[in-house]
Design a protein around this ligand. Structure first.
Ligand code: NAD
Length: 361
């Protein structure tokens, strides 16, 4: 088993170091190799995703990714910006399914901005399609009133598109995830989120998901418009089980869902291809405002490493051990600043990582 470790920028290096500590004590045989990505790679090699980093990622079973980006790169041409590294990895590795669980740990119920009864026991899974939608549609561009080209543009446009195989592929992933969750006592329901009332692309999405759903008679399917879904996520989040949606709606709803549980510092994510090769990263960014201070919460990255063990490295027991260790540390009252509340003990990034290592026993 080979893991490419790509810490990236900002707090990326600090939080990935803690996840690596945790992986190292598991007594499993894997090789880990580290490479630069994002702004760090741009500074060293003039590109956010150098050839050597991409090669390493492609040749690995999984990529453990920190975060990329910093305001200082905002003036670079778009293809050279740190965030392009993620898009490049997604494209070359064929990562099409983004899993974002939003789980509320009982000890953190008070950290949410929602009432405790709304989120206590919350365990939902948002699945976002990553390869299609308005982010990659052609044509796209800007044009003037006369000749169709930037500069001096008077309008800009991006085209929303989805192909049938792209929708079918992500729908199968969602139904299969709901089936697995049902086996573990969850409801067994997929909510497909669209905007079929306005957009042709999403009427098509809805039709295709409905067709695929017929192959899963044991799983309930419902459809919801994205504006309603955004509202329901804060009104009654526990009504969802598995949510599947396109690239742009998924981008927005998964961030919304991640905040339900109190801190973005707690939430892992996985992006998978058809071979279960995956990229695992926390849901948050590089947090330049707290980088280098040793205060970032490493738990989202540690939980991403657990997802990596489960989905790409076929080590579900090790994954469970990590998740149990995280619960234990929270039960001990240890908190980084983002989840701290009166009566708990504030710790830094490294202390939190070490506490998880200790809790693994
Ligand atoms: P962010 O997620 O980096 O930070 C938002 C807020 O959450 C900040 O106040 C930050 O301090 C806090 N935060 C984030 N992670 C935390 C953690 N682990 N512990 C404690 N607090 C945490 O989002 P942003 O500020 O909008 O973006 C900063 C940079 O990150 C930008 O350059 C952006 O492009 C990039 N970004 C990268 C990714 C990625 O690498 N996948 C994702 C989102 C944003």
């Amino acid at each position: 088993m080979k893991i490419a470790v790509l810490p990236g920028d900002g707090i990326g290096t600090e939080i990935v170091a803690e996840a690596v500590k945790v992986l190292n004590v598991l007594d499993l045989k894997f090789e880990m190799e580290t490479a630069l990505v994002g702004g760090a790679a741009f500074d060293a090699f003039g590109h956010p995703l150098p050839e050597a980093t991409l090669k390493l990622a492609m040749a690995s079973d999984a990529v453990l990714f920190g975060a990329v980006g910093d305001w200082k790169y905002d003036t670079l041409d778009r293809p050279l910006r740190p965030e392009q590294a993620i898009l490049g990895l997604r494209k070359h590795m064929g990562l099409f399914a983004n899993f974002r669980p939003a789980i509320c740990y009982e000890q953190l119920v008070g950290a949410s901005s929602l009432k405790p009864e709304l989120i206590s026991g919350l365990d939902i899974l948002i699945i976002r399609e990553l390869t299609g939608d308005i982010y990659f549609g052609q044509p796209r561009g800007r044009r003037t009133a006369t000749d169709g080209h930037f500069p001096g543009a008077e309008e800009a446009f991006d085209t929303m598109r989805y192909s049938k195989p792209e929708i079918e592929r992500i729908a199968h992933v969602a139904f299969q995830a709901a089936r697995k969750r049902k086996a573990a006592d969850k409801e067994g329901r997929v909510t497909s989120v669209d905007k079929a009332n306005v957009l042709e692309t999403f009427q098509f999405w809805k039709d295709v998901v409905t067709e695929v759903g017929k192959e899963y008679p044991d799983i309930a399917l419902d459809h919801m418009y994205v504006d309603n879904a955004a509202m329901q996520l804060v009104k009654e989040p526990k009504r969802f089980d598995v949510v599947v949606t396109g690239n742009m709606f998924g981008d927005i709803l998964s961030d919304e869902a991640s905040m339900l549980t109190g801190s973005i510092g707690m939430l892992p994510s996985a992006s998978l291809n058809t071979k279960n090769q995956g990229l695992y990263e926390p849901s948050h960014g590089s947090a330049p405002d707290i980088a280098g201070k040793g205060v970032a919460n490493p738990l989202a990255t540690i939980l991403s490493a657990a997802m990596m063990l489960r989905f790409s490295l076929n080590q579900p027991e090790a994954a469970q051990r990590i998740e149990a260790a995280v619960q234990k540390v929270l039960a001990q009252g240890l908190r980084t600043g983002d989840i701290w509340s009166e009566g708990t003990t504030k710790v830094g990034t490294a202390q939190m990582g070490e506490a998880v290592v200790k809790a693994l026993g």
